[in-house]
Ligand binder design. Structure first.
Ligand SMILES: [Ca+2]
Ligand SMILES: [Ca+2]
Length: 210
């Protein structure tokens, strides 16, 4: 039998190894992301959670607009900012917004045109229990465990719409929000919204090149 203190040392080394990559000095937690293959064969990483301010928690979206956003569970998402402000926020940590195909394929689980209709499946959940799609307010990131895509991203359907695209021409808000009982498909785009709109229903998540 292995002595407990040896097991403890091994665990400590493992945790150190994980924490060494992108450790946040304020929270001591790493951003959560998954790295996938894009349609052109290039690898990229997309954050698992909608972005939240560095000082957000489960009750408050925070007020710190100048520190890099986080991608963590249990934090109220950062909303009410323009597409350009969302892109700038991602750039604070060397990331960018997700491009159309990156965002969609992470949501639908299949590289290319195919994939799930909603992040949780092909049939719309009329109970609105799977994702936050039939309520009056945003929820902390990752609140609905079943609102998970095949690639393990959370809340791509519902909760808050997410700014995507890295040029003004490609700017769009995707995936539906907390009021979107019908339009929370992976391919859903918020119509009639200018990139300069600041809406409490629109947030973002960041991507990066590998
Ligand atoms: Ca796809
Ligand atoms: Ca969302």
């Amino acid at each position: 039998m292995v002595p407990p203190k040896v097991l403890g040392a091994g665990l400590a080394l493992t945790l150190l190894g994980v924490a060494a990559c992108g450790e946040d000095p304020q929270l001591g937690l790493d951003d959560k992301e998954v790295c996938l293959t894009r349609r052109d064969g290039v690898r990229y990483c997309i954050e698992l959670f909608e972005a939240s301010r560095a000082d957000a928690n489960s009750q408050s979206a925070g007020v710190d607009d100048t520190t890099a956003p986080r991608s963590l569970s249990g934090r109220m998402p950062w909303t009410g900012l323009t597409w350009a402000a969302a892109r700038a926020a991602c750039e604070l940590k060397g990331k960018r917004l997700c491009d159309f195909d990156e965002w969609i394929d992470a949501c639908d689980g299949e590289v290319g045109d195919g994939g799930l209709t909603y992040t949780y499946g092909d049939t719309r959940d009329e109970s609105n229990a799977t994702c936050n799609t039939g309520s009056g307010a945003a929820e902390p990131t990752g609140s609905r465990e079943a609102c998970e895509s095949p690639t393990t991203t959370m809340d791509q359907s519902g909760n808050v719409w997410e700014w995507s695209g890295n040029t003004m021409g490609a700017a769009s808000a995707r995936g539906g929000g907390f009021r979107s009982t019908q339009t929370h498909q992976c391919a859903s785009t918020l119509m009639d919204i200018s990139p300069t709109t600041e809406s409490p229903e629109v947030g973002f998540r960041c991507c990066r090149d590998t």
